[in-house]
Write a protein that binds this ligand. Structure first.
Ligand code: NIG
Ligand code: FE
Length: 400
């Protein structure tokens, strides 16, 4: 989501008596989360100006007493698919009656998205980014991928770009229905005219590398063509079964390999050897909503892999915009501690988007802050399903 344009006259605000402050800067406080108790944060314009204990807080234009509540960096949701129309309630119902998830359901959303007007598509992006903001998310990446024609993909990216700077071209989500008998022709379309029309509107390029979507060679060709046009690769990899996606992501220096549910030892080693260059982005909303086994975050963390948590918000496999829900799932189902899950949902997402200005509360960072109705971030997992977000600042402006 785009921050408001800063005004010229800046004012300073102090948030004081913060029960637990998560800075994600180990030099400012305890442990990897850089935790501070009885803390204060000073916002100057759109930036964090000062962080410390309440008793040492400098004088400011205004003050807000947090009354012992926790303050965390705004969540960074580095993987969502918000440009779509329609929903897939019937498909969800069928799954809950025992039918398996399949990538083929994407075609239902492609048909609805193509039939929607530009205004309807943009209204959906606005609706879901606002929904995410109310749940503490201040940065959202979002993708095309439900248009699958040159014009429908380009208009999807234009709609996304009105709401966020983190826009991803996913023309290679599935082979477009018109090319069902000519997948090579569709890859030529994606790497040619579609990329020409879409590259100016995006920062990233993504491919769904999976059986039933694109294989490793096709994904390599598409990501390489995107990189030649200045787009940075990221990849849907190893979601529904084992495959070449994760190792390809590392080989191409992708910013992230997303899903990482079915991993071999070699996949884990490749991610670890990338030394954080390729982040493993885990999307537990997808396993929740498709009734599938969760990715093994513990195995990745123990191997030294950098892990991010995101929603994958989309109408098929994961229709949630809630980062608190994903944090709770990661702790309960994926072997993460509450500290690890909080880091992954904030600093981890920032790493996956190669951003240093978000995902932490340190002097100079963008003032993206989420105030919780709880004494610490641990309550996000301890009290699942409870609306714990009391207030949100985005780029220094109170947004919730
Ligand atoms: O990340 N895996 C591919 N894309 C989405 C699902 C899209 C859909 O089912 O509509 C995902 O899970
Ligand atoms: Fe996805």
């Amino acid at each position: 989501m785009k921050p408001p344009t800063p005004t010229t006259a800046t004012t300073t605000t102090a948030i004081t008596s913060i029960g637990t402050l998560v800075t994600n800067d180990p030099s400012l406080g305890q442990g990897p989360l850089g935790l501070l108790q009885d803390a204060a944060v000073v916002i100057d314009g759109d930036r964090v100006a000062w962080v410390g204990t309440t008793s040492k807080a400098p004088a400011t234009d205004s003050r807000l007493d947090a009354g012992g509540r926790a303050l965390i960096p705004g969540f960074v949701d580095s993987h969502s698919h918000l440009v779509f129309a329609g929903d897939r309630t019937a498909e969800f119902n069928a799954r809950m009656e025992g039918r398996p998830y399949s990538a083929g359901g994407i075609r239902t959303t492609v048909a609805a998205t193509r039939a929607a007007t530009d205004a309807e598509l943009e209204a959906n992006v606005a609706r879901f980014t606002a929904e995410a903001l109310r749940q503490g998310t201040t940065t959202v990446e979002t993708k095309s991928g439900y248009g699958l024609t040159v014009e429908d993909e380009a208009r999807a990216l234009r709609a996304a770009a009105r709401h966020t700077d983190e826009v991803t071209f996913l023309g290679a989500h599935i082979v477009a229905p018109e090319y069902a008998d000519d997948p090579a022709g569709y890859v030529d379309l994606v790497t040619g005219p579609m990329l020409d029309a879409c590259a100016p509107h995006a920062r990233w390029i993504d491919v769904f590398c999976e059986r039933g979507a694109f294989d490793g060679d096709q994904a390599r060709a598409i990501l390489t063509a995107g990189a030649a046009r200045g787009l940075v690769p990221r990849l849907h990899a190893n979601q529904l079964g084992p495959g070449p996606g994760v190792r390809l992501a590392v080989e191409l220096g992708a910013a992230s390999a997303d899903h990482c549910t079915h991993l071999t030892g070699d996949d884990v080693t490749a991610l670890a050897d990338s030394a954080g260059r390729t982040v493993a982005t885990l999307l537990p909303g997808a396993e929740f909503s498709t009734r599938s086994p969760y990715p093994d975050a513990r195995r990745l963390l123990d191997a030294g892999v950098t892990v991010a948590l995101s929603t994958d918000c989309n109408p098929g496999s994961s229709f949630t915009s809630s980062m608190p829900f994903c944090v709770a799932l990661a702790v309960r189902e994926m072997g993460m501690t509450p500290d690890e899950a909080l880091w992954a949902a904030t600093a981890g997402g920032a790493r996956a988007l190669r951003r240093t200005d978000v995902g932490r509360v340190t002097p100079g960072a963008r003032a993206d802050l989420t105030l919780l109705a709880a004494p610490s971030h641990v309550h996000l997992a301890y009290r699942p399903g409870v609306p714990l977000v009391d207030a949100v600042w985005r780029a220094g402006t109170r947004a919730v």
